[in-house]
Design a protein around this ligand. Structure first.
Ligand code: C5P
Length: 417
């Protein structure tokens, strides 16, 4: 599948420092994906890194020169050797050292400057991110831990290594995470000072499941994709994000606090607990409107006597209505966004829903279209505001819809400061 350009990454200059760990091969995939997402990736390799992967590999996936040597004077298309570190550092948006060996972490922590990467790190004024990767207990050694703490105290972003099997056959903590996690961490570092920096955002996602008996439940076709895209867009904007989700099988956005729930009632409890001190609530979840009135405690059995089964359903609690009530006293969340899935007379139904549920923005989509709404990766929505205005967005990815909504939320929050 083609990777879409990501607004946060477009034209961002990322200095990717690759050091001598077997995990250097994973940095190739990372450099490739970042480039496909629109970033300009300048790779600096240490000597040891080149024992594992060649500069040509990185050059091929980034389409840019790769920097390896402090004294190299013939970097074609690149920078002259004696000023390479200054040129690379200048205007960089992020220095990401992935994988970072114990040796390079020590150099960074203590200001050693004896190769192109460590010199560039001293010249750079952009944020630093390190993803340690090392074998056999080296990560847990007090020296490594102290160096990491030193870097973090100076504001560096850390990607925690994972537990698993090393190239040596040993098992432990020190493996470099896979590309999606690394990209999530990079996004977090790049978006740290974004429009929602310091704001607490709660997003709900997924269709709820309402139990019928211990093995069956009622649910709907919601995938949770739009809610997850909203959470990612809020993270990209620097928010502190809590994702309350009943969705299954979607990769969790890196950096979000995840609360998994199943039923509408559980979701309501989670929302009411989480909205204390929250700046914005985005109710993207497809909450069931009805649930079985009295779920059976044992599996409902087929009988020979009857060919039908009658279920009695009751209404679920309306979460947005309970939030509306809460808001009257505590004035939190400052902004509430609701969603509406309609199959006819979209604008009129959405308008009345907006008033009834007391939301500041209502995102309505027509679920009869095959390229929008449930389960697909694209969406076509109408955004209604409480002043009566509305905007019809063209068909776009759910990621882009998420970014648009987050921009609108940031504007509203700004006005209400
Ligand atoms: O009434 P309807 O289900 O169409 O409203 C959709 C909006 O209301 C969504 O934002 C959804 O998350 C929210 N909702 C809710 N509690 C329910 C049902 C829907 O908060 N029980």
């Amino acid at each position: 599948m083609e990777i879409e350009h990501t607004t946060l990454l477009i034209q961002k200059r990322i200095l990717l420092g690759v050091t001598g760990s077997i995990a250097a091969y994973k940095a190739v995939d990372l450099a490739s994906k970042l480039t496909q997402m629109g970033a300009l990736v300048d790779v600096i390799m240490t000597d040891a890194a080149q024992q594992f992967v060649t500069p040509l590999t990185f050059q091929s996936v980034t389409g840019r020169p790769v920097y390896t040597n402090l004294w190299q004077s013939d970097i074609s298309g690149g920078l002259a050797a004696h000023i390479a570190h200054i040129g690379l550092a200048e205007g960089a948006d992020l220095l990401a050292v992935i994988p970072a060996t114990a040796n390079t972490l020590a150099k960074l922590a203590h200001g050693l400057a004896d190769d192109l990467l460590s010199i560039t790190a001293l010249a750079a004024r952009c944020p630093l991110l390190v993803a340690p990767a090392m074998d056999g207990g080296m990560y847990q050694h007090i020296t490594t831990q102290t160096n990491i703490t030193t870097l973090q105290d100076r504001g560096a972003f850390l990607v925690d290594p994972e537990e698993g099997r090393f190239a040596s056959g040993l098992v432990g903590l020190g493996r470099l995470p896979e590309t999606p996690t690394l990209i999530g961490a990079l996004r977090r570092a790049l978006g740290n000072d974004g429009a929602l920096s310091g704001q607490k955002i709660v997003v709900t996602a997924g269709g709820t499941r309402e139990s019928l008996d211990p093995v069956r439940f009622l649910t709907n076709r919601s995938s949770g994709k739009q809610g997850y895209a909203l959470a990612q867009a809020a993270l990209d904007a620097g928010a502190d994000v809590t994702l309350i989700t009943s969705a299954k099988g979607l990769p969790m956005p890196y950096g979000a606090r995840i609360i998994t729930v199943s039923s509408a009632e559980q979701m309501q409890q989670a929302v009411l607990t989480q909205i204390v001190g929250t700046d914005a609530l985005l109710m993207a979840a497809a909450v069931a409107d009805f649930r079985p009135h009295s779920p059976a405690s044992h599996k409902i059995k087929k009988t020979d006597e009857s060919s039908t089964l009658v279920l009695t359903l009751e209404k679920t609690p309306d979460i947005l209505l309970s939030v509306k009530e809460r808001r009257r006293d505590v004035h939190r969340p400052r902004v509430v966004v609701g969603f509406a899935a309609e199959s006819e007379d979209l604008i009129n139904y959405a308008r009345s829903k907006m008033e009834r549920k007391g939301v500041d923005l209502l995102i309505a989509n027509d679920i009869t279209a095959s390229d929008a709404g449930f389960d697909v990766d694209t969406n076509r929505v109408v955004v209604l505001a409480s002043d009566g205005s509305y905007e019809q967005l063209e068909l776009m990815s759910k990621a882009k819809v998420g970014e648009y909504i987050i921009r609108r939320v940031a504007q509203l929050l700004n006005h209400r400061r």
